[in-house]
Design a binder for this molecule. Structure first.
Ligand code: SF4
Length: 397
């Protein structure tokens, strides 16, 4: 049975927000924590000592520590021209540092500051039904970190504690990089999930706290694009103050908008919820209208319907297809655990199931990139990832 994302969000809200605190993942014992702390250690809430923050190095090649850990050829940005840095970063899978290209204070020479975001994860997602096979099939989050159930592996944190912890962690990370002869001051505060839009009021508190301290940082929030209907409902019920999105959009926060399907069945198969393309489009328009700069990341598109989807979106939103990146999918620890549980429930061989799903994801990624490239060439005269996404603004037609 597929889950209704708005009903699920309303249920999750009861546990995800308590007074001025939000429930986040304590990564200490999670597969995700192990997968993502190979370069920068997990970091604690300085008030409690619980390890609720992680930093993921987005582009390994330009990071003096991550390049070695991940066996990549190191590209030393201190020896590259601005054009060379930009040319390399814009083609990277996680081109996220360039999202801030037009923000005050950004310079190509300081691109490393924008490469490892300081991440906290809201401990529940409204595409997840709480079971061991729930949520998007390729989700990188452990099921226990995404079910919204109060218990071990989760804890509450206030906006003030989050900002205190960011300031301390930023100093420690800078010192660790300095030991390797690198100059890096983490700049990006990222609220991920789970689904952060269920607790947008807390995210707004967080940015009000950042502003009150005059901190020099920028932000990212992630959305599964059920946001539009969700925010409408939460504002209608008085859970969020009016115009929450507009108020948040006044801060230097970019939004990762995850496109989890390009036709009805592609979307619902991927996310295992009753989310619709209509809701997805409504949410994108709502973010844009509120004043956000959004960056669509697409996962597991059906190559057969991708071109039609891009054409339709371009008719409604200027430059839309130029802004889309397709993400390759890899079965990390939590994903494998979910697919194994899925195989068990279906009574089929786990290893064969994992291999089949991975092969389908790989094919959809490869064919999706080809479709995207062909479409961009014939529509805009440029290839896929030829442009810096932040250089091409989105506008409702
Ligand atoms: S991938 Fe994102 S939207 Fe999907 S279940 Fe995981 S956290 Fe939720």
């Amino acid at each position: 049975m597929k889950i209704d994302p708005v009903k699920r969000a309303l249920a999750l809200r009861k546990t995800l927000k308590k007074d001025d605190r939000v429930m986040v993942v304590d990564f200490s014992e999670t597969l995700q924590g192990k997968d993502t702390s190979r370069v920068i250690d997990l970091m604690p809430n300085v008030a409690t000592g619980e390890y609720v923050f992680r930093a993921k190095v987005n582009i390994k090649e330009i990071d003096p520590m991550a390049a070695g850990v991940y066996g990549k050829d190191f590209k030393d940005v201190t020896k590259m021209s601005d054009a060379e840095i930009e040319g390399f970063v814009k083609r990277a899978e996680f081109d996220f540092p360039l999202w801030f290209k037009h923000n005050k204070g950004f310079s190509m020479g300081r691109v490393l500051d924008y490469n490892p975001p300081f991440i906290m994860q809201v401990a529940g997602c409204n595409f997840h039904d709480g079971s061991n096979t729930g949520g998007c099939r390729y989700c990188f989050v452990d099921n226990e970190s995404n079910d919204g159930v109060v218990g071990s592996g989760k804890t509450y944190i206030s906006a003030r504690e989050a900002v205190d912890s960011f300031v301390v962690a930023r100093g420690k990370v800078a010192a660790a990089y300095a030991e390797k002869g690198a100059d890096l001051q983490m700049k990006v505060l990222r609220v991920s999930g789970g689904e952060p839009t269920i607790v947008l009021d807390w995210v707004l508190d967080l940015w009000r706290e950042v502003e009150s301290r005059g901190l020099d940082c920028v932000g990212q929030i992630d959305s599964n694009l059920s946001t539009g209907t969700l925010v409408d409902e939460f504002e209608r019920q008085g859970i969020f103050e009016k115009h929450t999105l507009e108020k948040l959009a006044e801060f230097p926060v970019k939004v990762l908008t995850a496109l989890k399907g390009v036709d009805a069945s592609n979307l619902q198969d991927n996310v295992q919820s009753t989310a619709t393309l209509k809701q997805q489009l409504y949410s994108i328009k709502m973010f844009l209208t509120a004043g956000f700069d959004i960056f669509p990341q697409m996962y597991n598109p059906n190559p057969a319907s991708l071109e039609g989807y891009l054409r339709k979106m371009d008719r409604q939103i200027e430059n839309f297809a130029l802004r889309v990146h397709i993400g390759p999918l890899k079965a990390y620890g939590p994903t494998k655990a979910r697919l194994q549980a899925e195989a068990k429930a279906l009574g089929i061989d786990e290893a064969a199931h994992l291999a089949d799903v991975q092969a389908q994801w790989d094919a959809n990624y490869k064919n999706g990139c080809d479709v995207m490239n062909d479409y961009l060439q014939k529509t805009y005269g440029v290839g896929y990832r030829d442009v810096v996404r932040s250089d091409v603004g989105l506008k409702l037609r």
